[in-house]
Design a protein around this ligand. Structure first.
Ligand code: PEP
Ligand code: MN
Length: 262
């Protein structure tokens, strides 16, 4: 059960040699999509050196247009595993469909994308696994709906659930989405599950990632998931919101010291 009332202690999700929740700051970083061996290895090494605790990378991409790059699929997952071997960083990647579950057996954290937050059959199936699942908030989902999605996974006996706020749809179009930082303190009262913030998809603009990441740490986030690319101008997906490794390095230092003050 995701409800704080029935489970007062914070849930700590253990992943390899790191954890999400329990007072540590989890820093997940990496490209929107795995594009090549050189790209993912270079980014993985860079973010590891900056203190990232996990590597992100999409292999199956939920793109708005069917003609846009759809990700490298199973080959992308293999490259992520190679990057994990090279750096020791656990990996997180999005699973879009029940049929892909066997491919994710050796992936450390399964990400459910915003567009799949209410794919109840998928959530139920993920509940049968004994592996961490990170559920991104749907584009127009309320806290209650989001928590019910977590409940679908937990009802199957999988209690390793992480929530990720990635911005919601509002009337504002300047930013890609509108980051709802209030979600952090509110959800901390409603649930014991760890909460991660994605400032990259929330804003769509690399220049806004730093201030909103700081806001997320200041309001009690358990972690951040940040897009980092070695060459954002040539990224196959989400270049405008991706940080260069040197910018991520400075931000990571700032976030860890800010977290130390909390
Ligand atoms: C992602 O993290 O790669 C992604 C597609 O995010 P979202 O599901 O939040 O749009
Ligand atoms: Mn992306």
């Amino acid at each position: 059960n995701a409800n704080r009332k029935f489970h007062p202690e914070d849930t700590i999700v253990k992943v390899g040699n790191t954890q999400i929740g329990g007072g540590t700051l989890s820093l997940m970083a990496g490209p929107c999509s795995v594009e090549s061996e050189e790209q993912i290895i270079e980014v993985a090494k860079a973010v590891k050196a900056s203190g990232a605790t996990m590597l992100r990378g999409g292999a199956f991409k939920p793109r708005t247009s069917p003609y846009a790059f759809q990700g490298m699929g199973a080959d992308g997952l293999e490259l992520l595993k190679l990057a994990r071997q090279e750096t020791g960083l656990p990996i997180v990647s999005e699973l879009m469909d029940i049929s892909q579950i066997p491919l994710f057996e050796d992936v450390d954290v399964i990400q459910v994308g915003a567009r799949n937050m209410q794919n109840f059959n998928l959530l139920r199936e993920l509940g049968t696994l004994r592996k961490p699942v990170m559920i991104k908030r749907g584009l127009c989902a309320t806290y209650e709906e989001w928590l019910m999605s977590a409940e679908y996974v937990m009802a199957g006996g999988n209690d390793q659930v992480i929530l990720c706020e990635r911005g919601i749809r509002t009337f504002e179009t300047y930013t890609r989405n509108t980051l709802d930082l209030a979600a952090i303190p509110v959800l901390k009262t409603l649930t014991h599950l760890p909460i991660v913030i994605d400032p990259s998809h929330a804003t769509g603009k690399s220049a806004l990632v730093d201030p909103l990441s700081c806001g997320a740490v200041a309001t009690g986030a358990d972690g951040l998931i940040i897009e980092v690319h070695n060459n954002p101008a040539c990224a196959l997906c989400d270049g405008p919101q991706s940080l260069k490794p040197d910018v991520f390095d400075k931000l990571a230092k700032k976030l860890f010291s800010l977290h130390g003050l909390m």
